[in-house]
Design a protein around this ligand. Sequence first.
Ligand SMILES: [Zn+2]
Length: 228
Amino acid sequence: MHGFGSSHSLSDFVDLLFPPQCLSCRAALYEQSQLLCSSCRLELPLLNAKEAEYEIRTKLAEFPQLCHSFSFMKFQKEGVSQTLLHALKYQGNIRAGQLAGLWFAQALQENLAEYDALCPVPLHPSKLRKRGYNQSYHICLGMQRASGLPVQSFLKRIRKTETQTKKNKSERFRQMENTFQLSDAASLAGQQILLVDDVLTTGATRLACLKLLDKAGARVGLATLALA
Ligand SMILES: [Zn+2]
């Protein structure tokens, strides 16, 4: 008989050969820990809700109609937060995004109750092909597991973004305006949508997405896994 019992014993066998390790300190993980050991998980620079809200609203002052702004942790160079985001963005570790998304949604709990859907910030198709996955989508999947909210890709990215270092803030925002489009099937009137992304830096990309969703008649909030 080759039921799921056999695949279970195969995964036990693989665990025996390659015991799961903490992503950050490489210590062996015990059964109840996933991705990070308990001490590395405690080192995550978690943000309190008020602090996150204030910082995001300051960055997105041009979009005062934002319903909520949530962020899970501070992005710190050389820390566990950087290891986690680096694994998710550059090392193909989509599980890192899914688990972090799960922890994020567990922390938010009833704050998500009034939302209708989670919407990832899209990648340009050429970047999606190169990376093979959209990291924001995987954060959404983790958040879905804790909240039960559907993940819906209401947006698509139609332009690649040039390097923005030489542009000032208003030039960056203007350039972003034509970067995204609503996906063909988007029906958003009266919906409350949570836009989900990995790291919030200047906010230019998110602002363009939020404005599009808003124009289509949705109420929108923003959840970013980390805040730079
Ligand atoms: Zn560790």
